[in-house]
Ligand binder design. Structure first.
Ligand code: 13P
Ligand code: SF4
Length: 305
């Protein structure tokens, strides 16, 4: 029989202590998962948190590339992903072999890879970036060399427009953000005149063009906290709405599209966190062969940030 939620939470907290574990969760996780986590944040926050914790075990409530990045940065810790199927389709849209082929066509290019990528792709890249630091990362690259940006074409084209740098794009995308359409924004603007439109840079270019702010999930949390506006139309995965409402109870948040759900992020539940801690599964590791190169791309990004 299924345990009651309270009973599950108690068991998680007890086991977390015994295992000397910490639970970290991405902003898109289910509310119940965010509530039990020691820390909730964006991709950059989470990789930094992972590298700073003294815990022996990190229960990573997010998707595979995030747990893999934690493993790169903390080879001595056990990284658990509570559902082995929680992947990121965008990260699978380019393989290391694809990237090696592209580099042959353009050997002089600096390769920037979005953190939503596999360790094998990171190992083929010069530097990583997240949605919050992509522009900064690109601005550090030599101006006399072309840039190849993988795998998200929308983040890449947003950064290209902001930085005035010519960037070659890989045709990857996030299926969840792709579902947010310009007509959805226009509809919401009509329904809530005066509300600020805030979208993630993974959104389509025509959606980004209609926004007041284009921010990663960490940037959204900060912007809303500091803003004097009262209503916000939010164009990203709807899991963030839970945290926005919890931390800003007097403000109003309207998702652009109820369809913007990342099914992979939603695979993690309280039951699976408990199971993960009981069985110490699924342990995410990176092979020694890839580790040094992939880690160097991530560390270069952390240095820039
Ligand atoms: P953030 O780094 O902005 O949290 O984005 C991660 C992600 O997967 C967006 O889809
Ligand atoms: Fe990947 Fe998109 Fe899900 Fe983020 S929201 S984890 S980019 S599929």
């Amino acid at each position: 029989m299924m345990k009651e939620a309270e009973e599950i939470k108690e068991s998680i907290l007890k086991l977390k202590k015994q295992r000397e574990a910490v639970i970290i969760a991405h902003n898109y996780q289910l509310g119940e998962v965010q509530d039990i986590a020691d820390f909730v944040g964006d991709s950059l926050d989470l990789s930094q948190k992972a590298s700073q914790t003294d815990a022996k075990v990190i229960v990573f409530c997010g998707v595979h590339f995030m747990a893999e990045t934690a493993s790169l940065l903390c080879p001595d810790k056990i990284i658990l992903l509570p559902d082995e199927h929680a992947g990121c389709p965008m990260a699978e849209m380019i393989t290391a072999e694809d990237l090696r082929g592209k580099k042959k066509d353009c050997p002089e290019a600096s390769v920037v890879c979005y953190i939503n990528s596999t360790a094998a792709v990171k190992a083929e890249s010069d530097i990583c970036c997240t949605s919050s630091n992509a522009l900064k990362v690109v601005q550090t690259l030599p101006e006399d060399k072309p840039i190849l940006f993988v795998p998200d074409r929308y983040l890449g084209s947003y950064v290209s427009a902001q930085s005035d740098r010519q960037i070659q794009l890989w045709p990857g995308y996030c299926p969840t953000h792709q579902r947010i359409l310009a007509r959805d924004i226009l509809k919401r603007k009509g329904e809530y005149p005066g509300a600020k439109v805030v979208v993630h840079p993974e959104c389509r270019s025509e959606v980004v063009a209609l926004a007041d702010q284009v921010l990663g999930t960490g940037g959204m949390m900060k912007y809303v906290r500091e803003s004097e506006d009262e209503a916000f139309i939010i164009g990203t995965e709807i899991g963030i709405i839970y945290r926005l409402r919890k931390e800003n109870p007097s403000k109003r948040f309207i998702p652009v599209s109820e369809q913007a759900i990342c099914p992979n992020m939603k695979l993690i539940s309280l039951e699976k966190i408990l199971w993960s801690l009981e069985e110490m599964i699924f342990q995410i590791t990176v092979s020694d062969e890839l580790r040094d190169k992939a880690k160097s791309a991530v560390e270069k990004m952390l240095h820039v940030t």
